[in-house]
Design a protein around this ligand. Sequence first.
Ligand code: GRF
Length: 203
Amino acid sequence: KRIVILISGRGSNMQAIVERCGAEGWPANVVAVISNRADASGLAWATERGIATQALDHKAFADRAAFDAALAQCIDAYAPDLVVLAGFMRILTEGFVRHYDGRLLNIHPSLLPSFGGLHTHQRAIDMGCKVAGATVHFVTPALDHGPIVMQAVVPVWPDDDEDALAARVLRQEHVIYPRSVRWFVEGQLRIGADGRVTHQAGE
Ligand code: GRF
């Protein structure tokens, strides 16, 4: 199976997936890492490991649809079985999402459906939440929505600030995202008609 990963920054989730894929011998390869920012530090990391990389500057395009069309063309050149959004900070058009229907994953740093959107950790702290976490989900046109594959829960401590909580959640992201991608490439995920994801462990 061929995996393409999209990043916008350090790409720590991308790194975790690349490392687990190699260490555990998944039936898959990360064939490309693509970013909307040429200065994304994850690009250099991927290049050092011999993974094809590409940067597509969204500011070079007239509008969102034009960028998404160019991005899809760039991705499809690698003929992916799975596209992974990992810290990819762009809202994608419906056309783009439908083109990758059923093979587009994202990780969001909250327990969806709570706290969609940005600044999830500060919002959880401000609301006095006692737990927080992250969600891996299939991407659908509705932002931060879509069939949930896996979630991780972490405690919120009374003296937590945004950075402390973000770091605790990120550690769990690096566990659940690689595991979710491995389940996908091993053909163990099913999206039911009711939009809920089930996992069938390998025969
Ligand atoms: C992570 O919190 C992830 O949940 C969100 O983007 C942040 C950065 O991730 N989607 P990464 O280090 O770039 O993978």
